[in-house]
Design a protein around this ligand. Structure first.
Ligand code: DX5
Ligand code: ZN
Length: 213
């Protein structure tokens, strides 16, 4: 699978959202990763659907909306019109299969996200019901955290589960992804690199995106 680079706008200058989204689009990003946080599922509040909608007006790239919220089902309808993929957390307070199905019924790709402490075996019941697996490689809530090396075996296990069942979901890694950790994740089986700090803080964003790829 080709490597996808998805800059996370959590790390962009919120005061210049449109310019920042247009800039990473020009710099060669494949997707725009939007980290929605409710201050309950994670100990931080980031932005909501109005902000994501504003971002969508400055790019033609697919928006990958990562819902770090307790009740994804309650807010899903606000994101379906603007997102290409919506990632919900297995740990959320929702009927996971039903919510994943609603995302697919809305014509979008359903992502299942798992936190660092959630064992990879937990995704077993949902195999076949999601289109993307998002493996958190930091505790959710904040950008700029160090990559958790002990997530690498989990990525390898996810790849094995996928290949053993002849499924084809891409594996996203999210948190602390830079050129070095992206290489490790790629070798472990991940192909979608969410990168906030490493892209938005780079002197040359196009070069950073190319290096991540
Ligand atoms: C954290 C978010 C990540 C984060 C990545 O809760 O899900 O997407 O923004 O940011 P960096 O790349 O700075 O670790
Ligand atoms: Zn994210």
């Amino acid at each position: 699978m080709k490597t996808i680079v998805a800059p996370s706008i959590l790390a962009c200058d919120f005061a210049r959202l449109g310019d920042e989204v247009a800039d990473v689009t020009r710099a060669g990003a494949d997707w725009i990763h939007c980290d929605v946080m409710d201050g309950h599922f994670v100990d931080n509040i980031s932005f909501g659907s109005a902000f994501v909608e504003a971002a969508s007006r400055h790019t033609d790239l697919p928006l990958d909306v990562h819902l770090m919220i307790t009740n994804p089902d309650r807010y899903l309808d606000r994101y379906l019109p603007i997102a290409r993929s919506v990632d919900i957390h297995l740990e959320a307070d929702a009927d996971i299969p039903e919510t994943l199905e609603r995302i697919r019924a809305g014509g979008k790709r359903a992502g299942l996200a798992i936190n660092p402490h959630t064992p990879i075996g937990s995704i077993e019941p949902y195999l076949g019901k999601f289109d993307i697996l998002l493996v958190m490689t930091v505790e959710p809530g904040f950008g700029g955290q160090p990559f958790m090396q002990d997530m690498l075996p989990k990525i390898r296990a996810a790849e094995k589960m996928r290949d053993d069942r002849k499924l084809d979901f891409p594996i996203t890694v999210d948190g602390g992804i830079n050129v070095q950790t992206a290489r490790q994740c790629r070798e472990a089986g991940a192909n979608v690199m969410v990168a906030g700090t490493s892209v938005f803080r780079a002197k040359d964003r196009a070069a950073e995106i190319a290096a991540l790829r």
